[in-house]
Ligand binder design. Structure first.
Ligand code: C2E
Ligand code: CA
Ligand code: CA
Ligand code: CA
Length: 273
């Protein structure tokens, strides 16, 4: 939990990884990781709270290094963001997610994929054009894709982010605000950004101290999203009780270990609901 919060604030990443030998090793080893086929994507389904039907999958990067083992994205993505490697990594993730999801449509015709976008990518002046060009190059309909942006990535340059997101939405790409409620979330952001979906951070569902206050926040955030015609996805749904509660609160979709752990797309297709 402590690490989780620090990650959001960037404290853990900045101070512990920057000058460390491990951070340097990761940066060196990340070079060419895609060509050496050490990178892959795992996919986690997002399901309709009431019917259980899967509406999309989220693509999640994995890096399996021969000596270092599995390096988690929360460790190597900040390194890549600092070194600039995130541009290539982000391109690789987008292209791979689109190719694999397009291929999965043979078995799952309405397959839809969510791809995470780094704040660094969103600051590129031509970010939206590049995404649309990738879709065109791969001959993938824009409606297949949702980009997930975080509040902090949008806040770096709200005007630029809005231009990118508007351009993407005009072309048919959907936009989700990720990890909402994890940091110093401002409700006004929901009215200002061109969004389709709000992903409610899993901290909303945490048990223990302040669970009642978090529950009230969750209920009211779902209500506000509905008034703004935004769909809601609850993240980190780990048991049936949480799912039932989300249904009562009017949350649209759910993602979490209770529905499925992230898995290879082929394996998910046979389990699909
Ligand atoms: P995220 O976008 O919030 O992704 C959800 C994370 O929650 C994933 O961790 C997922 O495995 C985990 N998760 C899913 N269900 C549950 C649950 O029921 N309980 C708990 N405790 N955790 C659950 P993962 O795969 O380790 O990814 C961590 C973060 O790394 C992601 O958080 C995202 O911010 C980043 N990331 C992953 N792939 C990419 C990528 O392609 N590009 C960028 N820029 N960031 C990525
Ligand atoms: Ca995400
Ligand atoms: Ca999230
Ligand atoms: Ca998160």
């Amino acid at each position: 939990h402590a690490i989780d919060q620090h990650e959001h604030l960037g404290i853990f990443n900045e101070t512990m990884l920057r000058r460390s030998q491990y951070g340097h090793t990761l940066e060196t080893q990340l070079q060419g990781a895609a060509q050496r086929q050490e990178l892959s994507l795992m996919y986690q389904p997002i399901s309709d709270v009431d019917t259980g039907r899967w509406i999309a999958v989220e693509a999640l990067l994995r890096w399996q290094h021969p000596q270092l083992g599995a390096v988690p994205p929360s460790t190597f993505i900040p390194v890549a963001e600092r070194s600039g490697q995130i541009y290539q990594l982000g391109d690789w993730a987008l292209q791979t997610a689109l190719r694999e999801t397009q291929a999965a449509r043979a078995l799952w015709p309405e397959a839809h994929v969510n791809v995470n976008v780094s704040p660094v990518q969103l600051l590129m002046p031509d970010y939206a054009e590049r995404v649309l060009q990738t879709l065109a190059d791969l001959q993938v309909p824009p409606q297949l894709l949702t980009v997930e942006v975080t509040e902090s990535s949008v806040m770096q340059d709200v005007d630029l982010a809005c231009r990118h997101l508007r351009k993407l939405r005009d072309a048919g790409v959907r936009v989700a605000l990720d990890d909402f409620g994890s940091g110093h979330s401002s409700l006004s952001l929901l009215t200002e950004l061109p969004l389709d979906t709000v992903k409610l951070d899993r901290s909303f569902l945490r048990e223990g101290a302040q669970a009642t206050a978090r529950g009230a926040l969750l209920r009211n955030t779902i209500r506000l999203a509905r008034d703004l015609h935004l769909s809601t996805v609850a993240e980190g749904v780990e048991d049936a009780a949480m799912l039932a509660r989300l249904s009562d609160l009017g949350c649209d979709y759910a993602q979490g270990y209770h529905i499925s752990r992230p898995d290879h797309l082929e394996d998910l297709l046979s389990l699909r609901r």
